[in-house]
Ligand binder design. Structure first.
Ligand code: HEM
Length: 256
């Protein structure tokens, strides 16, 4: 039902004019786009997320995890206080997404700040949209560089395969969607999942004793923690953009 594009919409333009939102704040990407554009962009991205492609990232993810564990051990050795979020939960997805997209490792601090600010509800809608605009400016720069010299990562691949069929803004929007979709979510899972394990020593022992128990446990953690608790607000498109229509259709979802 929520996938019925003629009834529900994720198109950002439906929000323009409400609570001070302007058209130039549109981040695009899959999260804020309806079919047929959503379908076209999603098709370009799908091959990059096959098991085969993602498995290629495996060794790199392992070395990122090992690197962070080493850093934590060194902090403890030096008498410092280990911070699970700053040294483990945040950098692991951040560095992995840098790797996936093919953006410079040196940019990771900006990456993390831009993508976490928008979910900081204390900053209100203006804070989130400000962070989105800043993020888009930054990603548009990266897209320009990838157009000039396509790299090994996902952005370079998209430029090589679909360069003429995708605009700079759409490419930056896709990158932005992956950055925000993948960072805060995975960070929360790593941090909160650790708390669950610390609180349940029996589960910890069961996982240590049986590798096969890990995968179902992660699935169960996804359900138990439910780290995504927002849906993108929207309405039914241009024909019904009155405030009344918007309030009758409270939320939408891009579950296509
Ligand atoms: C624990 C980890 C994750 C959780 C719980 C999660 C959850 C979700 C949910 C609930 C949606 C649907 C949002 C809506 O339309 O209302 C979504 C969409 C999406 N997620 Fe994730 N996600 C996770 C990890 C990731 C990662 C690692 C990436 C990419 C690197 C990613 C990229 C996306 C994208 C691009 C969409 C939009 C898909 C579309 O509209 O076609 N997510 N995610």
């Amino acid at each position: 039902m929520l996938g019925a594009a003629n009834m529900f919409s994720s198109d950002f333009t439906n929000l323009v004019g409400t609570v001070g939102i302007t058209a130039d704040q549109n981040p695009g990407g899959l999260g804020f786009t309806d079919p047929p554009d959503h379908t076209r962009l999603r098709r370009m991205l799908t091959p990059e997320f096959t098991g085969h492609r993602l498995r290629r990232l495996g060794p790199r993810v392992e070395s990122i995890v090992t690197g962070q564990l080493d850093e934590m051990a060194a902090t403890e050795r030096d008498g410092g206080q280990v911070d699970l979020v700053q040294q483990f939960a945040l950098p692991i997805p951040s560095l992995t997404i840098c790797e996936l997209l093919g953006v410079p490792y040196a940019d990771r601090a900006d990456f993390q700040r831009l993508s976490t600010t928008r979910f900081d509800l204390l900053g209100g809608v203006t804070g989130s949209l400000g962070a989105i605009s800043e993020s888009m400016e930054y990603l548009l720069e990266i897209v320009k560089r990838q157009r000039a010299e396509p790299g090994e990562g996902l952005l370079g691949q998209l430029v090589r395969d679909h360069g003429d069929d995708i605009s700079d803004h759409e490419l930056a929007g896709l990158a932005d969607g992956l950055l925000t979709g993948g960072l805060e979510t995975t960070t929360s899972m790593l941090a909160l999942g650790t708390i669950v394990l610390l609180r349940h020593p029996e589960s910890r022992a069961a996982l240590r004793a049986n590798d096969a128990a890990i995968e179902p446990f992660v699935d169960e953690l996804l359900r138990y923690l439910t780290v995504v608790q927002v849906a993108f607000p929207g309405s039914r498109g241009n024909a019904s953009r009155s405030a009344g229509a918007r309030s009758r259709r409270a939320t939408s979802c891009s579950a296509r």
